[in-house]
Design a binder for this molecule. Structure first.
Ligand code: ADP
Length: 191
C-alpha cells in the first residue's frame, strides 16, 4: 500500500499528516505546494513563473505542474512508492497521473480524503498566516482558494470513489487524533 494521495481542502491539514504517514511508511511525501514555495524562495525560473499565481490563490497551469510531478516521480526514492499531497487538483492532472503510473506499470493504492468544515478551515489558515506569513494566507485569498478547490478539485473525489480508492477521514480535531484515524484506515488497507 505505498502509492497514495492525500486529498482535501486548503487548511485540512494534509501537509502535516502527509509528513507523518510518509515517514511511517518509508516513502517520500511529495507536496506540489512545497515544491513551488521552495522555487519561489530560491528565485528559480520556475519560482518567478509561479510566484504571482500562488499569491493570488489560483492554480498553476496543468502543463507546469504535471511536468514537475513527472520529474519527481521518476526520482529513485519515489519508484517504490510515494504520498502525493496537493496533486492531482484538476481533471487533467488526474489523467496525467494515470498515464505516468501506467508507463511505470503501477497504479494508485488509495486516496485518503481529509474532510473538514469550511469555517474551521478559514480560521486555521488565518492562524497559520500569523505564524508562517504565507503570502496566500490572507482572508480574501483563502476564500478564493477554497472556491477554486470546491469548483475544480472537490469533484475529483467522486472519480476516485468510483474506482474504489477513496477513503474519507474526519480531519476535524487534534492533529494526533486525525493521525490515529488515518493510521487506522491504512491498517485496514494493508491487512
Ligand atoms: P493549500 O492546500 O493549503 O492551498 P498547497 O501548498 O497545497 O496549499 O498549495 C499552495 C498553492 O500552490 C495553490 O494555491 C496553487 O497555487 C499551487 N498548487 C499546488 N499544487 C497545485 C496543483 N496540483 N495544481 C496547480 N496548482 C497547485
Amino acid at each position: 500500500m505505498t502509492r497514495l494521495i492525500i486529498f482535501g481542502a486548503p487548511g485540512a491539514g494534509k501537509g502535516t499528516q502527509a509528513t507523518r504517514i510518509a515517514a511511517s511508511l518509508g516513502i517520500p511525501a511529495i507536496s506540489t505546494g512545497d515544491i513551488f514555495r521552495y522555487n519561489i524562495k530560491n528565485e528559480t525560473a520556475l519560482g518567478l513563473q509561479v510566484k504571482e499565481i500562488l499569491a493570488s490563490g489560483a492554480y498553476v497551469p496543468d502543463e507546469v505542474t504535471n511536468a514537475i510531478v513527472r520529474d519527481r516521480l521518476d526520482q529513485p526514492d519515489a519508484v517504490g512508492g510515494f504520498l502525493l499531497d496537493g496533486y492531482p487538483r484538476t481533471q487533467a492532472q488526474v489523467t496525467e497521473l494515470d498515464d505516468m503510473l501506467a508507463v511505470q506499470g503501477t497504479s494508485l493504492d488509495a486516496v485518503l480524503e481529509l474532510t473538514v468544515d469550511t469555517d474551521e478551515v478559514v480560521q486555521r489558515l488565518l492562524k497559520r498566516a500569523e505564524i508562517d506569513g504565507r503570502a496566500d494566507d490572507t482572508e480574501d485569498v483563502i476564500r478564493h482558494r477554497l472556491r477554486v478547490y470546491d469548483e475544480e478539485t472537490a469533484p475529483l473525489a467522486a472519480l476516485y470513489r468510483e474506482r474504489g480508492l477513496l477513503h474519507q477521514v474526519d480531519g476535524m480535531g487534534e492533529m494526533d487524533t486525525v493521525a490515529e484515524r488515518l493510521r487506522a484506515v491504512l491498517a485496514t488497507l494493508q491487512s
